[in-house]
Design a protein around this ligand. Structure first.
Ligand code: BES
Ligand code: MN
Ligand code: ZN
Length: 499
């Protein structure tokens, strides 16, 4: 969808004209203008509807006489004092959702700041546009039939704002984030026969044109350096494992970077500890952590964030061929610690272990945040509304919590504690890769902690419940892959690490 901004003088020509009212059906100036231009059609329509101006309510007046627009859409903003960025984004998405079902292809959005709103007009326009953009995402590349049904989309959105330049400026940073989210969604939505580790790496390489420095390590190089845990996971697959390192250097020279680490299991069959059929479905999304890291790095680069950031993703396929690791195998990780593998389906922590060691030793980062669709247990605990966060630094947890509340990508803290360590004690190696029957998300995090070196500020986000959605689709997220994490990490960086 193409979004542009213009000052109020612009003449509304075709498509839908979207105007707003606050709670109590108080028409804002553009709505009054639309009512007048249509000979009072909007107020007449209001009288015979249940519209009250509550946030997200919509009222349509079709083919109004005296105007060349296809319809006037009145949208409710709710109470002016309660307007915030997240709410505006939801409203923007709700508008686009409706226009999509109506088959509308162009629209003009003219929303004034209601009296009593804390959000300024330019910001209102920008955040409505951001929500609209997030909703406009589609992933239809594998459809070959009934294309008309899928292709008829809102293609053009003109946003009218009193200070169009301010709105455009406010939107520029948001558009960068939206594009990062779209990339993450695309990567998660792609089927695993298309998006295997080398293909994923190739797509990251292509981001060099946005100013990211991208390096790819293949199996030979990783073997030379001793990535025994990551390579162990990939050894049952015909697809070559890859480590991808992305750097964005927008901060001060030599300033330590913020590091983002992602689990990139392009397909998780479970390996020899094979998953049953129903549980294997959707495991193309087991690279959601890597997708979020990649999307965030793209967002930081395109909005030219004043920060040094590094993204490290471990890309593998967990498969059960004759060369696969066995339950009982012992692997030597990059850190030197040995790991007894008792369940090949607990593979994410093996991949992350080496990625974490590599990231800390090479970059000495200010902090490390890893994202992984790590455990089914986190879905049991928190469902689809929060990611789990585990950390050795309360300040970082608070920062993530704040960023989560602001963006809607919320996190909930679970404990790390030495008392769980006995659950991952191995009979013959330094650690084993599974705990007991209970507290599976905590023992997984406790395992990762073994690979965090002294002084490293670290948080682990278990995103197994939020990286994709099989059930309800949120209005800003029309696809299976959610792109979860891009907004959160972008906000974390913006609020705490930019200079
Ligand atoms: N990728 C899965 C976790 C997962 C499960 C993500 C469901 C999303 C939805 C992970 O690799 C896994 O298989 N974890 C096991 C660990 C167990 C074997 C200790 C799990 O959660 O069952
Ligand atoms: Mn697994
Ligand atoms: Zn997995």
């Amino acid at each position: 969808m193409h979004i542009s901004f213009a000052a109020p003088a612009a003449k509304i020509q075709a498509g839908s004209w979207v105007v707003a009212a606050s709670e109590g059906s108080v028409l804002l100036p553009a709505a009054l203008k639309a009512d007048k231009a249509s000979g009072g059609a909007l107020l007449r329509g209001l009288k015979v509807s249940r519209f009250t101006g509550k946030s997200g309510q919509l009222l349509e007046v079709l083919a109004p006489a005296g105007l060349s627009v296809s319809r006037i859409v009145l949208v409710g903003l709710g109470k002016p004092g309660a307007l915030d960025e997240k709410g505006l984004e939801t409203i923007g998405a709700q508008i686009v959702a409706r226009l999509h079902t109506l088959g509308e292809t162009t629209a003009t959005l003219e929303v004034d700041a209601p009296k009593g709103s804390k959000v300024k007009a330019g910001e209102i326009a920008a955040h409505l546009a951001f929500g609209a953009k997030l909703r406009s995402y589609t992933f239809e590349k594998y459809r070959t039939r009934n294309l008309d049904e899928y292709k008829k989309r809102l293609g053009e959105l003109l946003v009218i704002a009193p200070d169009a330049a301010a709105a455009r400026r406010a939107y520029a940073g948001l558009d960068a984030v939206a594009n990062g989210i779209f990339l993450a969604r695309d990567l998660v939505n792609e089927p695993p026969n298309v998006l295997f580790p080398a293909e994923f790496a190739k797509r990251v390489k292509a981001l060099s044109k946005f100013g990211l420095k991208v390096e790819v390590l293949g199996e030979a190089e990783m073997k030379r350096q001793g990535f025994g845990a990551l390579l162990g996971v990939g050894q049952g697959s015909v697809r070559e494992s890859q480590l991808v390192v992305m750097q964005w250097n927008g901060g001060k020279k030599k300033a330590a970077p913020v590091a983002l680490v992602g689990k990139g299991v392009c397909f998780d069959s479970g390996g020899l500890s094979l998953k049953p059929g129903a549980a294997m479905m959707g495991m193309k999304g087991d690279m959601g952590g890597a997708a979020a890291v990649t999307g965030t790095m793209l967002a930081l680069a395109t909005r030219k964030a004043k920060v040094n950031a590094v993204g490290v993703i471990g890309l593998v396929e967990n498969m059960p061929d004759g060369g696969a690791i066995r339950p009982d195998d012992v692997l030597t990780s990059l850190s030197g610690q040995t790991i007894e593998v008792l369940n090949t389906d607990a593979e994410g922590r093996l991949v992350l272990a080496d990625c974490l060691t590599y990231t800390q030793r090479r970059f000495k980062p200010k902090c490390v945040v890893d994202l992984a669709t790590l455990t089914g247990a986190i879905v049991q605990a928190l469902g689809y509304e929060h990611a789990g966060v585990f950390s050795n630094d309360e300040k970082l947890v608070q920062r993530l919590r704040d960023a989560g509340v602001h963006t809607g990508e919320r996190v909930w803290q679970l404990p790390l504690d030495p008392c769980y360590d006995k659950m991952i004690r191995s009979k013959i190696a330094d650690v084993k890769n599974i705990g007991g029957a209970n507290s599976g998300s905590i023992t997984a995090a406790q395992f990762l902690l073994r690979f965090i070196e002294d002084g490293t500020v670290w948080a682990h986000l278990d995103i197994a419940g939020v990286a994709w959605q099989d059930h309800e689709h949120r209005v800003q997220i029309p696809s299976w892959g959610t792109g979860w994490g891009v907004r959160l990490l972008n906000r974390l960086v913006k609020e705490n690490y930019e200079n």
